[in-house]
Design a protein around this ligand. Structure first.
Ligand code: TA6
Length: 293
């Protein structure tokens, strides 16, 4: 992070809490990797395996305030993905999570954050729930969103782990493994067929409906491939706003699009009513595992 956070408390050898503006951040510093996780939004901001550039992109103009979503990192989109209801991408990314547990050993660090309903969430989504976010930090990163229906009636949801990846230059980067069929969000969800290899030259906003088990983003100037394995998803979203989109966002530099690419582990639904139904006491996990090769 750019400005200098102040240490609030030391929780263990590898885990401290630091403060940035009005946001508290769990800072992990382990021989295998470092990571920053904001309690606001349950939002991972940084993941650096030892000897690597950050794998996660964070906007240089990101704003760290409790009423805003943070631009970059891994926003948690839940209990809906997209603009099918307000606020966009659900309330999880703009709500304060709490630290449930942290563990560390020679292999890495596990951080668990929690979120439950309160009067603010009930005002926009009238259900009880328990959400847990498990973040495993070692030479790989694994993020698992675990949601449980603690209400006495069923509810429906959609979700995404909206990962922003840090790449040296979008013009040199090729993405594989997204599959061929996609719904084009720039054409009202029109179903299209794409290519095996994606090299972007303009804005994209697509929901790939049949991604393969492993998605790869080549990042040649950083001499690496970013490898993504998702579970619990029904699709994978790819997004880059390109120049015009970057210019339209106050929390993104005009050239920000050149060094980022979103590839998202997504449970997609076109409306709240068609989301995945969870009965009382049922739970569901959506995860993404990220490594570099
Ligand atoms: O995941 C892609 C997307 O839904 C795009 O449509 C784009 O708007 C992006 O997310 C960012 O959304 P945000 O609400 O964070 O500006």
């Amino acid at each position: 992070m750019e400005n200098h956070p102040s240490t609030v408390s030391v929780l263990a050898d590898c885990v401290t809490i630091v403060e940035m503006d009005d946001i508290k951040v769990v800072r992990v510093s382990h021989p295998k990797a470092t990571a920053d996780i904001s309690l606001h939004g349950g939002h991972l901001l940084s993941f650096k395996p030892a000897g690597q550039e950050d794998v996660i992109w964070l906007s240089e103009k990101a704003e760290f305030h409790s009423d805003k979503a943070i631009r970059g990192g891994i926003p948690i989109c839940w209990p809906w993905f997209g603009r099918i209801a307000a606020p966009a991408h659900g309330f999880a990314r703009t709500t304060q999570w709490h630290l449930v547990e942290h563990r560390e050993n020679d292999h890495g660090v596990m951080i668990c954050l929690g979120l439950e309903e309160d009067e603010n969430t009930l005002a926009v989504w009238p259900f009880s729930f328990q959400a847990r976010l498990y973040i495993d930090i070692s030479d790989k990163l694994k993020v698992t969103l675990d949601v449980r229906n603690t209400d006495d009636k069923p509810w429906r949801f959609s979700a995404a782990l909206h990962s922003y990846f840090n790449i040296a230059n979008i013009a040199d980067s090729v993405t594989t493994g997204m599959g061929l069929e996609y719904r084009d969000s720039l054409q009202d969800g029109k179903v299209c067929q794409g290519l095996q290899q994606l090299r972007l030259t303009d804005t994209v906003d697509r929901v790939y409906t049949k991604p393969t088990e492993t998605i790869q983003i080549s990042d040649p100037q950083h001499a690496r491939n970013i490898v993504i394995k998702n579970q619990g998803h029904n699709s994978a979203v790819i997004w880059n706003p390109w120049q015009q989109g970057s210019q339209g966002m106050a929390d993104m530099a005009d050239d920000g699009y050149q060094t980022m690419l979103c590839v998202e582990s997504t449970y997609h639904a076109t409306s709240l009513e068609t989301g995945l139904e969870l009965q009382p006491e049922q739970s569901y996990q959506l995860s993404t595992e990220i490594s570099v090769q």
